[in-house]
Design a protein around this ligand. Structure first.
Ligand code: TXA
Ligand code: MG
Length: 357
């Protein structure tokens, strides 16, 4: 392993005015087949030239990613999709006009021009036009489409800062562009447009309500709420345990906030009684009730606001790792709007350890 270590460089880029030597260097590296991590408005991505099979293989190696999990191709403009897809489906125009650049990924039929590693051999390919100025400037400077998964080691929480990227991938990639914290904190919504009806394969930064406003109706793939147990999710990434901190996470969810707190305290007492160091991920207004019991508490967002929870989620899971707790008890948030994406990640991080009250 050590033999293969790369000297990973870290270069700062001003997200308000991306440009200059750092971006030129990153673009040149990508054209030569290098691996460059960069900020997006969701999480940090790990980019490679999507048309270069060897470079794309490098992504899988650096992340330890299973080969059957396809990548999203990042473009700087919606119009470029026509270079890769024969027939662009009807709803895409309206979706692109409303949500791009932004946190929406669409799965379309086609993609044969890309190396098979990009699509994991599927007859479909995923595209997204990111909104982050550094991401857009990087795609333009490189002059090639970028295949880019989240820039974490496979199975770990997605990175929302350059430091998270280095925690997982230092020595495994060529360059990290540091443009400050990523925006939303959860990944893009993956919407499958390859079938008769649009289906959400992964909830994310664009909410089902927002999609329904454009599409009329939108289905949720059963894997979205079923977590990792579903037999054959249509988005291969949804079948792996994911987003997981090192300590096991138990999710406590329910509509009645007081009941959630009571049940979580009960579970905390039981685990602390067994000598376990308990961490609690809680809505800020409930945090004092756990702190007074001596638990290690990280609060994510006021009144369990889903957008605030999304922004704090992955950073919080990584902080629990650094704090060295034995088990994490997490309060759920309401699953409307962005809350669906947060709950999907929490349920999957829990890997079935869910207490419903
Ligand atoms: O916000 C995001 O989407 C971030 C930033 C970097 O853009 N990227 C990201 O990529 O989250 P990744 O690789 O961590 O997740 C991509 C998801 C996986 O669940 C994968 O299975 C799914 O998209 N996907 C990619 N291509 C697909 C395809 N052809 N059919 C179905 N699902 C696909
Ligand atoms: Mg990922």
């Amino acid at each position: 392993m050590e033999r293969d270590r790369l000297p990973t460089r870290l270069l700062a880029v001003d997200p308000r005015r991306p440009g200059g030597a750092a971006l030129q260097e990153a673009g040149a590296l990508l054209r030569r087949g290098g691996l460059v991590a960069f900020p997006t408005e969701t999480v940090y991505g790990l980019g490679a030239n999507a048309l270069d099979g060897k470079a794309v293989a490098g992504i899988f190696k650096a992340k330890g990613r299973p080969a059957d999990n396809p990548l999203i191709v990042h473009l700087d403009e919606a119009g470029r999709i026509e270079e890769y897809i024969e027939r662009v489906p009807g709803p895409l125009k309206d979706l692109a006009a409303r949500f791009w650049p932004g946190p929406l990924t669409v799965v379309l039929r086609g993609g044969a021009q890309f190396p098979p590693a990009v699509t994991a051999g599927l007859p479909t390919v995923a595209f997204r036009v990111p909104a982050h100025p550094v991401a857009l400037a990087l795609i333009r400077t490189a002059g090639v489409p970028l295949a880019a998964p989240s820039a974490n080691a496979s199975g770990r929480p997605s990175p929302t800062t350059a430091a998270h990227v280095l925690d997982d991938l230092d020595g495994r990639i060529h360059l990290v562009l540091d443009g400050g914290p990523a925006g939303l904190g959860v990944e893009s919504t993956v919407l499958d447009l390859s079938g008769a009806r649009p289906v959400i394969l992964r909830p994310g930064g664009v909410t089902p309500e927002q999609l329904a406003a454009v599409l009329g109706e939108v289905e949720l793939d059963p894997s979205v709420n079923g977590g990792a147990g579903v037999e054959k999710p249509r988005s291969p990434g949804m079948k792996y345990i994911h987003y997981a901190p090192r300590a096991p996470l138990v999710l406590v969810e329910g509509r009645d906030g007081d009941l959630v707190v009571q049940r979580l305290l009960e579970e905390g007492r039981r685990l602390a009684g067994h000598g376990r160091r308990v961490g609690v991920l809680a809505c800020s207004e409930n945090a004092p009730r756990y702190r007074e019991r001596g638990y290690t508490v990280i609060a994510y967002g006021r009144r369990c606001d889903p957008a605030a929870a999304a922004a704090a989620l992955y950073e919080s899971l990584r902080r629990f790792d650094r704090l060295g707790v034995d088990v994490i008890l997490a309060e759920g948030v309401p699953d409307a709007g962005m809350g669906l994406a947060v709950m999907n990640r929490l349920r999957r991080a829990a890997g079935g350890k869910i207490i419903t009250v």
